[in-house]
Design a protein. Structure first.
Length: 246
C-alpha cells in the first residue's frame, strides 16, 4: 500500500498506532492481520504497511525505526544507509554544506553532526513534507529544509556542495551520467567557475571515465564505498587545491 505523505504523518501522530508498532515491531504482518483486523480503533492496513517498512529498514535506517520517523518504500530505496551517511560526513570538514538533492534527508542528518549549518533541498513535495516532519520529531535545529530545484540554488556561501542526482528519474533507472537529474553537466561548470568544493554521489554502475576526461583539472579524488562486501556508492570530489585525479 502506497501512502501519501500527509496520510503517513497522520498515522504516525496517532499514539495508539505508535504503541501498536512498538509492541509488534518484530511480528509477522500477516499474522497481525488475522489477529487484529476489524478489532482496533484505527485502520490496520496502512499501519502494517509502515510496519513492513520498519522491519526492512531496521539495519539500514535504525534511527528512523527507533524514533518512528516517516519513510516510504521509494524514499527507503533511494536513501543512503545511516552508517554510510555517517562515514561520508566524517570525511568532510567546514562550517556549512548544502545538500542539493536531499531526498528523505539521511545524508543531511549525518552532516548536521559535523557542520554548523546544513541546507537540505529536494524538489519532491512529498519527500519534503516527510523530511520536515522527521526534523520536527528529532528537534534538529541546524538543518534548514527547502523545497526547490538544485539548479535554482545560490551556493556561494557554503563550504561544500553535496550532490546526489536522481538515478531513477521518470521511473527508469539511468545508466549514463549525462541522463541523471539534475543535469550535472550543466551544474559542474558553474561550480568550477566559482571554485566551489563539490561531492558528487554516483552509483558504482555508472561510468567514471567520462568525468575524469571532461573535468581533468577539477576532479580531485574518487572514493569507492562498500558495505558488507558490496559496493554501494562512489563519491567524486571536485574543487581547487590538490593535484588532479589520475
Amino acid at each position: 500500500m502506497s501512502l501519501q505523505s500527509n496520510e503517513l504523518i497522520g498515522v504516525l501522530e496517532n499514539d495508539e498506532v505508535k504503541d501498536f508498532i512498538t509492541k509488534h515491531l518484530d511480528d509477522n504482518p500477516k499474522v497481525l492481520t488475522l489477529k487484529y483486523a476489524g478489532k482496533l480503533n484505527f485502520d490496520l492496513v496502512p499501519v502494517l504497511s509502515l510496519l513492513k517498512f520498519y522491519q526492512k529498514a531496521k539495519h539500514k535506517l535504525p534511527r528512523f525505526v527507533q524514533s518512528r520517523l516517516a519513510l516510504t518504500d521509494r524514499s527507503y530505496q533511494q536513501a543512503s544507509s545511516e552508517q554510510i551517511a555517517s562515514h561520508k560526513a566524517s570525511i568532510l570538514s567546514g562550517q556549512s554544506v548544502i545538500d542539493l538533492c536531499a531526498g528523505l534527508g539521511v545524508d543531511s542528518l549525518a552532516f548536521a553532526s559535523r557542520f554548523n549549518r546544513v541546507v537540505s533541498i529536494d524538489s519532491d513535495p512529498d519527500l519534503d513534507e516527510l523530511s520536515r516532519y522527521n526534523l520536527k520529531c528529532l528537534e534538529i535545529e541546524n538543518i534548514e529544509r527547502r523545497l526547490g530545484k538544485a539548479e535554482d540554488q545560490d551556493v556561494d556561501s557554503f563550504d561544500w556542495i553535496y550532490l546526489d542526482p536522481d538515478r531513477r528519474a521518470d521511473g527508469i533507472r539511468k545508466v549514463r551520467i549525462q541522463d541523471l537529474q539534475p543535469n550535472i553537466y550543466e551544474l559542474l561548470p558553474k561550480y568550477e567557475q566559482k571554485g566551489k568544493k563539490v561531492v558528487l554521489k554516483l552509483s558504482p554502475l555508472l561510468e567514471l571515465n567520462t568525468l575524469l576526461d571532461d573535468w581533468p583539472n577539477y576532479i580531485r579524488e574518487v572514493h569507492f564505498i562498500s558495505q558488507h562486501n558490496e559496493m554501494k556508492e562512489v563519491l567524486a570530489f571536485f574543487g581547487p587545491g590538490k593535484e588532479p585525479c589520475k
